[in-house]
Ligand binder design. Structure first.
Ligand SMILES: Cc1cc2nc3c(=O)[nH]c(=O)nc-3n(C[C@H](O)[C@H](O)[C@H](O)COP(=O)(O)O)c2cc1C
Length: 216
């Protein structure tokens, strides 16, 4: 497409984009509505429009459909969740943690494990010599695309990281040079909100964003 054919992003579009960003949520409570596999494919196509270092496109998506594997991953996350709760010595904090840390994996119709191919030939190493982690960043960009594209279809996504990457790689029989990035649960949300769950439940409020900006 030449610049003459470039789409016009008008005021209405910008307003909708702001709304989309404000209503993107980490979702753990799903209704029982199944997800059309074509929609999942379409969302992954959106994910793959992300930028990537050297155009390496190192994202690798594993759709976890086996009930036995899903159950074993949910069980693993339950175990890690209990261990994570034990980190809090304070009894009240521990019970607060236990109350808010749902993983939603048993309810979510779609499970996606996302990996980064650390040896992706694409990109021929461009841009990742001094900062190899840029490959990982590229995958995270793709996940953000997926998250927003899902939300634009009223589909919710939850980012599950309370797990052992090696264990997930072993359960899913993944090549050793794929680095585990995230396990995602996805489906139609039981409720929609413009407020993060952790804010609602009093765990962590939004900070004053002006304090995150610096000038040198
Ligand atoms: C890198 C990353 C890891 C996360 N890991 C978890 C997790 O393991 N469990 C969880 O409940 N939420 C997890 N989240 C979701 C955050 O809790 C959530 O994004 C945050 O509370 C803000 O809420 P919002 O996404 O609805 O704006 C993760 C998010 C990110 C970006």
């Amino acid at each position: 497409m030449t610049s003459l054919d470039a789409p016009l992003f008008d005021g209405d579009f910008r307003e909708s984009l702001t709304t989309l960003l404000a209503w993107r949520r980490d979702i753990r409570r799903f209704d029982s509505h199944p997800m059309d596999p074509n929609i999942v494919d379409d969302l992954l196509d959106h994910a793959c429009l992300a930028p990537s270092v050297g155009n390496a496109q190192p994202w690798r998506f594993v759709s976890v459909q086996s009930e036995a594997i899903r159950a074993s991953i949910a069980q693993h996350v339950d175990t890690e969740n209990r261990k994570a709760a034990d980190v809090y010595d304070d009894e009240q904090l521990r019970s607060e943690y236990q109350r808010l840390k749902l993983h939603g994996l048993r309810e979510a119709p779609v499970h996606l494990a996302v990996f980064c191919d650390e040896n992706a030939a694409e990109g021929r190493g461009l841009g990742r010599q001094t900062m190899p982690e840029t490959l990982t960043y590229s995958v995270v960009m793709a996940i953000q695309n997926l998250w927003l594209a899902a939300r634009a279809r009223h589909i919710g996504l939850g980012w599950v990281s309370i797990l052992e990457p090696d264990k997930i790689g072993a359960i899913l029989d993944i090549p050793s040079d794929w680095r585990f990035i995230v396990y995602l649960c996805m489906g139609y949300p039981a409720q929609e909100s413009d407020e993060p769950e952790l804010v609602k439940l009093g765990w962590q409020d939004r900070i004053d964003q002006r304090k995150t900006r610096f000038v040198r």
